[in-house]
Write a protein that binds this ligand. Structure first.
Ligand code: PEP
Length: 251
């Protein structure tokens, strides 16, 4: 069964109530041409309520960028899975490299976040990927395997069928340095084969997105690779025209 292409926009800590409205109006105006891809936007927490209303009745799905492992209580500044559900989220990004590198999230915590999201009925978008130094040392596969294995060990491989994986080489995020379609395909194929060692059906089903300086101009070539099932988009998701171009790039 062919996997559907998904394009998810990670808006990071950008925007205002006004700019988010302008961006979404622009995206909504062009959605008629998006016939093959699932489209998701991941705004900052504070915009979730506005965005939930603005995307009602469209094909756009809603995601958050992070969540707490705790369900409620004295955890100042944290947001729980049930709160995200309450605001219409279907997806949540876990383990983005910015969370890993700037906020000290390790594999074990990311795996816990994956588990908590899944238990709440959210679809976790699990980010994995190597730094430039790790690629240069030739340990890309080792790093990605370790990040994946943390989830498999905690939750079992079947849990991956309930999520989405985003391969995001850290050196390609926000740098303008995209992995070549061949480089990305190689790692995507590795991820799928690693999962297939446990369960071939899960490996075949799981959507693996590529993230790292995807633009309208390079999305078609990336998405035409057999193991690349769409993209997690940072910078280009803040520009309605470019984001729509990426959303229309499904082969
Ligand atoms: C990201 O942060 O998930 C990302 C892929 O960013 P960019 O597209 O800007 O490289």
């Amino acid at each position: 069964m062919a996997r559907q292409i998904m394009v998810a926009g990670n808006w990071k800590m950008n925007g205002s109530r006004d700019s988010v409205k302008v961006l979404l109006d622009g995206i909504k105006a062009g959605l008629g041409n998006v016939t093959k891809s699932a489209v998701v936007v991941c705004p900052s927490y504070v915009f979730l309520a506005d965005v939930e209303q603005m995307i009602a009745g469209t094909i756009i799905g809603l995601g958050a960028q992070n969540l707490s492992t705790e369900s409620a209580g004295a955890f100042t500044g944290e947001i729980s899975a049930s709160m995200l559900k309450d605001f219409g989220c279907q997806y949540v990004i876990v383990g983005h490299s910015e969370r890993r590198s700037l906020y000290g999230e390790d594999d074990a915590l990311v795996a816990q976040k994956y588990a908590v999201a899944r238990a709440a009925g959210l679809t976790p978008i699990l980010c994995v990927g190597e730094t430039l130094a790790e690629r240069e040392q030739g340990i890309t596969e080792e790093v990605v395997a370790r990040q994946l294995d943390a989830v498999i060990e905690l939750e079992g491989v079947a849990a991956l069928a309930d999520g989405v994986i985003a391969y995001e080489p850290v050196w390609a995020i926000g740098t303008g340095m995209t992995a070549s379609p061949e480089q990305a395909q190689d790692v995507h194929a590795f991820i799928r084969s690693r999962i297939a060692e446990h369960d071939a059906a899960v490996a075949d089903k799981v959507q693996i997105l590529y993230g790292g300086s995807v633009k309208g101009a390079n999305a078609t070539e990336l998405f035409s690779k057999p193991d690349i099932d769409g993209g997690l988009i940072g910078g280009a998701s803040l520009d309605a025209e470019d984001f729509l171009k990426i959303c229309s790039a499904a082969p």
